[in-house]
Design a binder for this molecule. Structure first.
Ligand code: THU
Length: 124
């Protein structure tokens, strides 16, 4: 969560002003953070969670066990639908921990946030 908070401080979100940091834990112990990065062409903006997943995968991580999310609003928020799907690819058993700026923390299983998910097994 400390890494997620630090990543939130690096978010580039001049349009929404909604700052999000995420930090992934890989099965080899590595922690890989990411922040949301917006764009003047709004639709090209990228969420913190997907920034972190693409970074982790690029670094060779293939099994992700947990993700910490720190957003700038008061209460904990959960990854958007697109991010849930991308997280699923490398971590169907993943635990998602979210902390609001107010300090309250909650935990969910990704499988509960994305029931009946489509994933690699469907293409096997
Ligand atoms: N955002 C994230 O980074 N993660 C989420 O789970 C929800 C939304 C970002 C996208 C955009 O930069 C801003 O928050 C407002 O939607």
């Amino acid at each position: 969560m400390a890494e997620a908070r630090a990543a939130r401080d690096r978010a580039y979100a001049p349009y929404s002003r909604f700052h999000v940091g995420a930090a992934l834990l890989a099965d080899d112990g590595r922690i890989m953070p990411g922040a949301n990065v917006e764009n003047a062409s709004y639709g090209l903006s990228m969420c913190a969670e997907r920034t972190a997943v693409f970074r982790a995968a690029s670094e060779g991580a293939r099994r992700l066990v947990a993700v910490a999310v720190a957003a700038s609003n008061e209460e904990p928020t959960w990854p958007c639908g697109a991010c849930r799907q991308v997280l699923w690819e490398f971590g169907p058993d993943m635990i998602v921990v979210s902390e609001g700026a107010g300090g309250r923390r909650e935990e969910r299983r990704l499988a509960d946030l994305l029931p009946d998910a489509f994933g690699p097994a469907d293409l096997a």
